[in-house]
Design a protein around this ligand. Sequence first.
Ligand code: NDP
Ligand code: 2IT
Length: 451
Amino acid sequence: MERQAKQYVENFMAQVIARNPNEPEFHQAVREVAESLAPYIVADPALQQLKILERIAEPERVIIFRVPWLNDRGEIEINRGFRVQMNSALGPYKGGIRFHASVNLSIMKFLAFEQTFKNSLTTLPMGGGKGGSDFNPKGRSDNEVMKFCQSFITELYRHIGQDTDVPAGDIGVGGREIGYMFGQYKRLRDEFTGTFTGKGLGWGGSLLRPEATGYGLCYFTEQMLATRGESFEGKTVCVSGSGNVAQHAAEKAMRLGAKVVTLSDSSGYIYDPEGFNEEKIQYVKLLKNVYRGRIKEYTEKYPTAQYFAGERPWGVKCDIALPCATQNELNGQEAQMLVDNGCFCVAEGANMPSTPEAIEVFLTNKLLYAPGKASNAGGVATSGLEMSQNSMRIKWTAEEVDEKLHSIMQNIHEVCTKYGTEEDGYVNYVKGANIGGFMKVAEAMMAQGCV
Ligand code: NDP
Ligand code: 2IT
């Protein structure tokens, strides 16, 4: 059976690679899932005959479009826009929009693929999608960002809708960008609906949506730690990134009693040996979200902290690591460094931050290791809660949303444990999340026929 499963993965991947050449991130995400699922698939003729995984790996629709716009100097700039509508078996396509210079079809497809399983794990009625552009918002004025967002939506608006496809934020897209995109969408459609999530609190947004990914990550991590009788209390934590997910992961870990000592951006990382407190975290939010500065500037305000240019934080001794920046930001060597320094828990806030070699190190050393599609699902789950509130035209309190977020993360942890526990009792959360996420999508696809 094991040989058959391996053979299945190799045949399947050969097809995926042939059909989707030059898309390494997409291949990486698909292979990980195929490896987890292969034993189930080779044992189930229906899954094979109905080509469920083969269909899941083929986007239902990919939209690629030109985004021309005028910058502040009156020059025309041209970017490329994407929306990958991956799978609608469980509900309207749902997933973020990323604005980053590195955006390409491979990255969009890997993210949309991951999103399909993640959204299934939330148990909310959401299919998987992702979109974005190679537009680089760094150093752009508010006016330029608005012009870009308006042009982007002038094409995308015809492909999205509250019952069709509901975008949200991701790297480079936060409250400001959602505002501009929603405004243009509303203008073109002449309707005020919940077609975007992550909206402002005064115009349809849900309380706690901005905090939800980072907070949910910590709730999931608490659950993992509890399986070994541990908690955040007194633990040293390394966080990478300094954007939406990193800020709120650091904030919640700190409030749960941890000493959080690092944050980073693509230029380097800061190490604060005293750990962050409320004031320092508030400063980071101001620095990144209002001044749109670099994390290096933290050391000007708090000189006890050090800045390491061009480096990532994984050489810093810690108990728990929370990668919250971007894909493939933690490689095999860095994973080994974490293990050697005594780190026993890694939970991903970012999507696919650990390379396959890093994951291998974590699993071999039996770390508590959570893949992003399980541990960062709190963001999209709260987007799902925003959609519910919009449909019902009501607003839940922060306490109500937090309680729901808590129980969703707890439930995802249970599902991972159910499908991921190995013979020796070790919980392989990769397997658990991939199988748990797949089950519901597969059942829905089987019921809905060949579509
Ligand atoms: P932000 O744009 O708010 O922050 C991104 C952070 O990551 C910044 O600190 C940025 O640094 C850093 N970063 C981006 N690209 C790179 C790179 N190539 N190398 C090193 N650092 C980099 O994005 P989010 O916090 O929203 O997203 C972070 C991660 O979390 C992404 O993987 C995203 O897909 C994932 N995620 C986000 C969710 C959400 O609700 N927002 C939900 C679930 C997952 P710099 O300023 O230098 O670019
Ligand atoms: O990767 C993700 O889950 C997100 N960027 C959030 C998606 C959403 O629709 O809230």
